[in-house]
Write a protein that binds this ligand. Structure first.
Ligand SMILES: Cc1cc2nc3c(=O)[nH]c(=O)nc-3n(C[C@H](O)[C@H](O)[C@H](O)COP(=O)(O)O)c2cc1C
Length: 364
């Protein structure tokens, strides 16, 4: 196995990384009252010391009352800022870079939970699942308030010394609730056609750009699948994917993080390209791929059934050598092995540890 391709520098005008390895965002809920402490700092520091080029943090909630479903999910305002400053300093001292994943949970936050339990859940159409109305849709006024919350969060990220931001537009949370027809049946300017369903995210990106300028990298994570429906697709074809991506790319997204559960799966018939491969081809922008790197089972199955064995990364290397995508995000394998990059570089697959969901009960 020659893994050299993973250790080529990534040289983007706005973001320079020492290698192609990204830590995938993973919610851990170890930040009491939203404040990351020493244990969170050391957790990310270990991954930076282990050789990760770019850490994307767990979802960090934006300053809006309906954003978070649990008090131990970190936020980016108030007392949390001192904690994040320490995290950023520790990662930088270890030679890594770091971006917070900015998050609003949308319809995935059930009413009555989180730091503001009495505040109603925010969803575009009041739909949790397609056809299942559970609450009132948010007003245009509230949409603008949430755009502002994302913008404030991005400004904080810049001030705190982060190297980029990632917007969480995947997996059935708020931004994705707008993208997906199943949860967005608005008839105003934020709903309707595929293009109109991107408008909420486009406004967030434009508003952030207006505040932080052109030089700071904005990553957008999106997925075809939703936690409400793993088989759903925002874009059924290459043409639809292009229609979906164009407004987002034009608005100022620099890097697309294409969330799939298995990186080797072809996105559309008649081509072997995965989602990140298609997005790179369509937009001409760099992409991050993800999904079951060096593991035998995809992540949702391991929430339920527990564990995944170590798998080889030969196909990952082949796809990266073919320049199908630019960066690869690694999730659970980095929970089990904080020094995953170093072990891969040394060709030491034999000492990689398997992943088990028990590892989530502690922050190691
Ligand atoms: C414990 C856990 C928490 C996760 N939390 C998030 C999250 O906050 N934001 C997100 O976009 N994805 C989240 N994911 C998905 C991961 O980012 C990643 O896409 C997924 O685990 C697949 O990568 P892997 O197979 O290498 O683990 C989470 C996954 C796990 C296992």
């Amino acid at each position: 196995m020659n893994s050299e391709v993973l250790f080529q520098p990534f040289d983007h005008p706005k973001l320079q990384l020492k290698n192609r390895i990204v830590m995938a965002p993973m919610t851990r809920q170890f930040s009491p009252d939203g404040v990351p402490g020493q244990n969170v700092k050391e957790y990310y520091q270990r991954r930076a010391e282990g050789g990760v080029g770019l850490i994307i943090t767990e979802g960090v909630t934006v300053p809006h009352k309906a954003a978070s479903a649990a008090k131990a999910i970190p936020c980016i305002s108030g007392d949390a800022q001192a904690g994040w400053k320490e995290v950023v300093a520790a990662v930088h001292a270890a030679g890594g870079k770091i971006a917070p994943q900015l998050w609003h949970m949308g319809s995935m936050r059930k009413p009555g939970v989180g730091p503001h339990p009495d505040y109603p859940t925010a969803t575009p159409s009041g739909l949790l699942y397609p056809g299942k109305k559970v609450m009132e849709p948010i007003s245009v006024e509230e949409i603008h308030a949430i755009v502002k919350a994302f913008t404030e969060a991005a400004v904080s990220a810049v001030e705190l010394g982060f190297d980029a931001i990632e917007l969480h537009g995947a997996h059935g949370y708020l931004i994705d609730n707008f993208f997906w027809e199943g949860t967005n049946q608005r008839s105003d300017e934020f709903g309707g056609s595929l293009e109109k369903r991107t408008r909420f995210a486009v406004e967030i990106v434009k508003s952030i750009r207006a505040e932080i300028g052109d030089d700071f990298p904005i990553i957008l994570r999106f997925s075809q699948w939703k936690q409400q429906d793993f088989e759903s697709k925002l874009a059924q074809s290459q043409d639809e994917l292009e229609r979906f991506l164009r407004p987002l790319s034009d608005a100022g997204v620099d890097i697309f993080h294409c969330s799939t559960r298995r990186f080797w799966e072809a996105e559309f018939a008649d081509s072997n390209l995965n989602l990140a491969g298609w997005v790179k081809q369509i937009t001409g922008k760099p992409t991050i791929s993800v999904g079951s790197v060096s593991l035998t089972e995809e992540f949702i199955a391991t929430y339920q059934d527990g564990s995944a064995e170590v798998a080889d990364i030969n196909e990952l290397i082949e796809r990266m050598e073919a320049n199908e995508f630019d960066l690869i995000a690694v999730g659970r394998a980095l929970i089990a092995n904080p020094d995953w990059p170093e072990k891969i570089r040394a060709g030491d697959m034999a000492s990689l540890k398997t992943y088990s969901k028990e590892l989530l009960t502690e922050l190691v």
